[in-house]
Design a protein around this ligand. Structure first.
Ligand SMILES: [Zn+2]
Length: 725
């Protein structure tokens, strides 16, 4: 799951969701016109000219230097905007106003983003602390910037002068449309009084969000168990939790994920799981559901002020779904379609539960993770440790590179002697195999360290962009951060199947970032609609289960010349969706809860959660629990947008059908995927990318089939392309 969250988290963590405006480097001289000859490549956006390099990542900082860099980025951005605002309207050009704004913002985000990245990777805690402070400061700066009236008036000034006469191509026209739409979404079209009201609402929402998250992060609940209570859990897990301060034989657990999941999945005793579930579902205390209720009400007021029917409509406007009704219809179809799969899972779970407790009739909220895990163990007989022994990290990395190189027409090479911030970190170059042109650079930081970002994610360091004169391309740079088991005492590192899948997923984001040809930085790489951005990477996860790919990334533990046998590969593939009924239904529950509260003016989120849980999941929430007080996503930037996880899976599955039909290692399909989907960023909307790649409109059929759902006679069409408003 963590891999699916990553880019969202990245974008949100850097405070960009509230932002709007586009994206780097200060004033631009000439117009950005791609030479006509570029189109010969079969890709209207390709720029066959020498690449320009962004600087390598600086990581030698003192805390004081880093603080200064953070402040300096603001000064430079403000200076660039001051120059932009000072231009007389009659002298405004697309280049000195529209492009200059995009680049001033992108330049700020690039510099500040690199400073903030130190929070996630720097070995020195003092530097990380300063970087975290910069992140908070940067969030505020961007919110203020995106609401600047003088900048908005400069854009209007251009529109009423040169903008009223100039004919722009699609890519440039989109830059204007998206920038103006963002101004609208930030309240620049409102009266002064209403805009002040909006600012007040948003700042109160931010306060509520901070308080809600802090309660969750600060939860110090501990639970005491006997050894007998922990039956079913691994010995080393139990030993690690022995509480030496209490009387012997007592074990203390917290409600944090590394304790919660093992207990819910492995503890044999019903009472142990129930106790943990109750504590976990009360981490938000009595207050958090009320904070969420208040935030939902304020979000609704803000949406109304801006002219939207609901907050969910406001959020969807900027995404593929476009409106809340489309999301609601999608979730209803998924809920209905998943019913047989969920019922099948429920029956299987119940059959196992009856063996433990004769006459059992109900799967409780504290049962499902345990019995789904039992199904995985008994039905699929997968031994995770045995599978891990087939995936040495070096082999997986080199094999994965071969796969991406072959399919996407690129060459990946380490940059020798490049300075890096920790042992084991490597800088790579991406070149186009046919033209030998440099396309991008990226860092890979695979192993855990004290204080390092704890999940898997791709971080943008420089978005791609055309040079000011349109003749060159400044290549993108990003970093892949993972946390796989490190090599110990000369014993190589091995990856679990889920880590292999995560690696393919995250590397998909690296490719999305690296292979961009978008002219404007705000449209480059992964800066696409947030309910589509996961789709390319979700699709690439499929590769990790294909025999042709496994042949390149796996190695027989006893014979390095052999790769994983077909039978084991087949078993892994079959087991992959073992929990689709429950897992996807739970996603429907989470997204439906989100949509229900965010299409209302006033809510009792605790009651809505209980009702929705019972309706969608066919087993009720624990009466003693309060899910609504623990769903951090609702107060951490996913409000109104949680459906995106499931939504993007639809398009991932549909895109994958071309690889399935024409060959998973087919370079022709790979090239089409590169040019028609990932290279284009947000220069066109996702449904148009999909239409180009698939040769037809995207649909839900493949996704439903993956979930074991028989597609209905008339599958709902994908959302129609709509002009940017
Ligand atoms: Zn992702």
């Amino acid at each position: 799951m963590s891999q699916i969250h990553a880019p969202f988290r990245r974008l949100l963590a850097h405070g960009l969701q509230a932002v709007v405006v586009a994206t780097v480097a200060v004033a631009v001289a000439g117009a950005l016109i791609v030479p006509g000859g570029a189109r010969a490549q079969g890709n209207a956006l390709f720029v066959p000219v020498p690449a320009l390099d962004p600087p390598l990542l600086r990581f030698t900082w003192t805390p004081a230097e880093l603080t200064e860099a953070c402040a300096d980025a603001e000064l430079k951005a403000n200076a660039a905007l001051k120059a932009l605002v000072a231009i007389p309207d009659a002298s405004r050009t697309f280049s000195n106003t529209v492009v200059a704004l995009d680049r001033a913002v992108a330049s700020y985000q690039e510099v500040a983003g690199r400073v903030m990245f130190m929070k996630d990777i720097h070995p020195d805690a003092a530097v990380r602390d300063v970087a975290a402070a910069c992140e908070e400061r940067s969030g505020k700066f961007m919110v203020a910037l995106s609401a600047r009236q003088d900048v908005y008036q400069a854009m209007q000034g251009w529109q009423t002068n040169e903008g009223s006469r100039l004919r722009l191509d699609n890519e440039d026209a989109r830059l204007v449309d998206l920038t103006m739409r963002d101004f609208k979404r930030n309240g620049l079209l409102l009266s002064d009084a209403d805009r002040q009201k909006l600012i007040k609402l948003r700042s109160r929402i931010t306060e509520l969000q901070t308080r809600y998250s802090k309660t969750l992060n600060d939860d110090k609940t501990t639970l005491s168990f006997s050894k007998d209570d922990l039956l079913g859990l691994p010995d080393d897990f139990i030993a690690a939790h022995e509480d030496k301060k209490m009387k012997p034989g007592r074990y203390t657990l917290t409600t944090k994920y590394p304790d919660y999941y093992p207990v819910m999945e492995g503890a044999k005793k019903d009472a142990t799981r129930q106790k943990m579930e109750k504590a976990f579902m009360n981490r938000g205390g009595a207050k958090n559901p009320k904070l969420l209720d208040e935030a939902v009400g304020l979000r609704n007021q803000a949406a109304k002020l801006l002219g939207y029917a609901t907050h969910a409509d406001y959020v969807a406007e900027d995404r593929m779904a476009q409106n809340a009704a489309t999301v609601a219809a999608f979730l209803a179809r998924m809920q209905e379609g998943l019913k047989p799969a969920l019922e099948k899972d429920r029956q299987k779970m119940l059959a196992l539960k009856v063996k433990d407790e004769s006459g059992a009739k109900v799967i409780n909220a504290w049962d499902w993770r345990y019995y789904m895990n039992q199904i995985k163990r008994t039905e699929h007989a997968i031994n995770d440790d045995e599978v891990r022994s087939w995936f040495p990290a070096d082999k997986v990395m080199s094999g994965m590179f071969r796969v991406y190189e072959t399919v996407l027409g690129i060459t990946l090479n380490p940059v020798k002697k490049a300075p890096v911030w920790a042992e084991g970190v490597t800088l790579y170059e991406v070149t186009d195999t046919a033209t030998k042109r440099l396309l991008a650079r990226f860092y890979v930081d695979l192993f855990p360290r004290e204080g390092k970002y704890g999940h898997a994610a791709e971080f943008t360091l420089s978005p791609g962009q055309a040079t000011a004169d349109g003749r060159g391309y400044r290549v993108p740079m990003c970093a892949l951060v993972m946390n796989v088991q490190p090599p110990v005492d000369g014993v190589a590192s091995f990856l679990s199947m889920s880590e292999v899948e995560t690696l393919f997923h995250e590397f998909g984001h690296v490719m999305h970032e690296s292979l961009t040809v978008a002219r404007h930085p705000s449209q480059a790489g992964t800066r696409t609609a947030l309910d589509f951005v996961e789709a390319p990477s979700q699709m690439l996860e499929n590769w990790a289960y294909e025999p042709d790919v496994l042949a390149l990334i796996s190695e027989d533990p006893t014979n390095p010349d052999k790769s994983m046998p077909a039978a084991l590969a087949e078993k892994l593939k079959k087991a992959r969706k073992y929990n689709a009924g429950v897992h996807s239904s739970r996603q429907v529950f989470l997204a439906t809860f989100d949509q229900r509260i965010h299409t209302s003016a006033r809510v009792d989120s605790d009651a809505i959660a209980k009702k929705t849980w019972a309706e969608v999941l066919a087993f009720p929430e624990d009466k003693a629990g309060h899910f609504a007080g623990t769903f951090g996503h609702m107060m951490g930037g996913y409000d109104g947008g949680y459906y995106g996880y499931l939504w993007s899976e639809v398009f991932a599955a549909d895109m994958w059908t071309r690889f399935q039909k024409e060959g998973v290692m087919n370079p022709v399909v790979g090239r089409a995927y590169r040019d028609k989907v990932i290279a284009r960023g947000r220069t066109v909307e996702p449904d148009a990318l999909l239409r180009d790649f698939l040769g037809r409109a995207a649909n839900e059929t493949a996704f439903l089939e993956v979930l074991g759902i028989q597609p209905g006679p008339a599958p709902a069409p994908a959302p129609a392309p709509a002009p940017v408003k």
